[in-house]
Design a protein around this ligand. Structure first.
Ligand code: GDP
Length: 425
């Protein structure tokens, strides 16, 4: 059943992140009461355009741009406190009312300055570089899984937090072996900022359960995308958390039965930032062309993204892994000028076979050759489309084919950066 309008809806990326989830959450957030982020850290950057104003949000859910919505940061997030308050204060300075609107799970782990230092140092030393953003996300999740992390709830006990941080910093310095004074100073600043966090601490699972019980609507917002999921992505070129819809319940503290809709977000083509294979990647000239058309540079790091054709093998896999009830296709307008558009429907393997299932062996993705189906472009401006009928016939045929190949019903098509540039189906 096509549904983007559950009482508790997950929005998850279905490619390598940067699918435009911020924009889709922003559109869907109009009709909900609570928006909660369920994983990731400050490595993700959602860009949301409101009128003439662009907002880049790293940790605070993009629902904050809609007055009155409650915005939560779930226990599944690793929270960079300094960056959080930078973002919080910048929103306040731009006139966004925040009082009583932001809650942070008391079970969320803190991402501390030594996690960032560890991230950069381990990436520098690695022979197999992941291409991380250097924001400390991986090391913070490692400490969480290693049961050595510091949680928001710990901030209420100074001694406990001091001890954990001293041990954490000590371990980090064994690996980094320099810059201890600077790190110590930055850790101090983080902990001071942490005191500001305590009044915002909450039980996100309890809040969401209560909201649902009283008929309110909730949106659970993921970061990155399915191909970057720790379990289901192109390991080891992945992020350190579960980006897929399964991570949503765990990441905020509700059971899977609380969730009744899952919206997957895909770009009308594919992009990837960081290292690792991209089977449908363009040749260098086309790569540059589409990167410029789509302005494909990271919101957090400014890194250029690699671009390629729509990969239906990945999208179909994502539809299954996330249990999609609806699909949102973004950036259709970026393809407006292309004479022909291809979709990868399966992969030919180097052993002479073919597969339509996304392979577990990441290294095999380096050698597969996608089999493409080519469709005619529409060569007209879609950016003003408001209804399906406003889209050119070839654009609709392209969307129909995506829907057929992924098996997920398309309910939204985004044709520009602005809130009103969206076709609801
Ligand atoms: P996210 O992390 O998934 O939210 O993605 P990003 O914010 O990193 O990237 C999405 C970028 O694409 C932002 O700059 C958006 O303003 C922009 N964007 C979103 N939807 C559309 C669209 O339909 N058309 C165009 N041209 N840009 C879009």
């Amino acid at each position: 059943m096509a549904s983007e309008n559950g009482q508790c809806t997950v929005v998850a990326g279905c490619q390598w992140g940067d699918e435009g989830k911020g924009k889709i959450v922003d559109v869907l957030a109009q009709d909900v009461d609570v928006v909660a982020r369920y994983q990731g850290g400050a490595n993700a950057g959602h860009t949301v355009q409101v009128g003439e104003r662009a907002f880049i949000l790293h940790q605070i859910p993009s629902g904050i741009l809609h007055p009155g919505k409650r915005c939560l940061i779930g226990n599944g997030v690793v929270l960079d406190v300094l960056q959080f308050f930078e973002e919080y204060d910048a929103l306040a300075a731009r006139g966004i009312e925040l009082d009583g609107r932001v809650g942070v799970s008391a079970r969320a782990h803190l991402l501390l300055p030594y996690h960032k230092a560890l991230d950069r140092a381990s990436e520098d030393r690695a022979t197999q570089k992941i291409g991380t953003t250097g924001r400390g996300i991986g090391p913070a999740y490692e400490e969480k899984a290693g049961r050595r992390g510091v949680r928001v709830a710990d901030l209420c006990c100074r001694e406990r937090v001091e001890e954990r941080v001293r041990e954490g910093l000590g371990r980090a310095l064994e690996f980094i072996a320099a810059g201890g004074d600077d790190l110590q100073r930055d850790v101090r600043r983080s902990l001071e900022a942490g005191e500001r966090l305590l009044p915002l601490a909450t039980d996100t699972g309890a809040e969401i359960t209560e909201a649902l019980a009283t008929g309110k609507r909730v949106l659970l917002e993921g970061a990155q995308g399915t191909a970057l999921d720790l379990d289901h992505g192109t390991y080891p070129f992945v992020t350190s958390s579960n980006t897929t819809a399964g991570g949503a319940g765990t990441g905020v503290g509700v059971g899977p039965t609380a969730i009744d809709a899952v919206v997957g977000v895909v770009k009308a083509y594919t992009t990837r930032v960081g290292n690792g294979p991209l089977p449908t990647g363009f040749d260098p000239e086309m790569d540059r062309h589409v990167r410029d058309l789509g302005d494909e540079y990271g919101a957090t790091t400014g890194r250029p993204r690699r671009c390629g054709w729509f990969d239906a093998v990945l999208a179909r896999y994502s539809a299954r892994v996330n249990g999609l009830t609806a699909l949102a296709v973004t950036k259709l307008d970026v393809l407006d000028t292309l004479p022909e558009i291809a979709i990868a429907t399966e992969y030919s393997t180097d052993r002479g076979g073919s597969t339509s299932n996304f392979p577990a062996d990441t290294w095999s993705l380096e050698t597969v050759s996608p089999r493409y189906e080519t469709l005619p472009g529409w060569r007209s401006d879609t950016s003003g489309a408001k209804r399906l009928a406003d889209l050119p016939r070839n654009a609709r045929a392209y969307l129909d084919r995506i829907e057929e190949l992924t098996g997920a019903p398309i309910t939204m098509v985004s044709v520009g950066t602005r809130r009103n540039q969206v076709v609801r189906i």
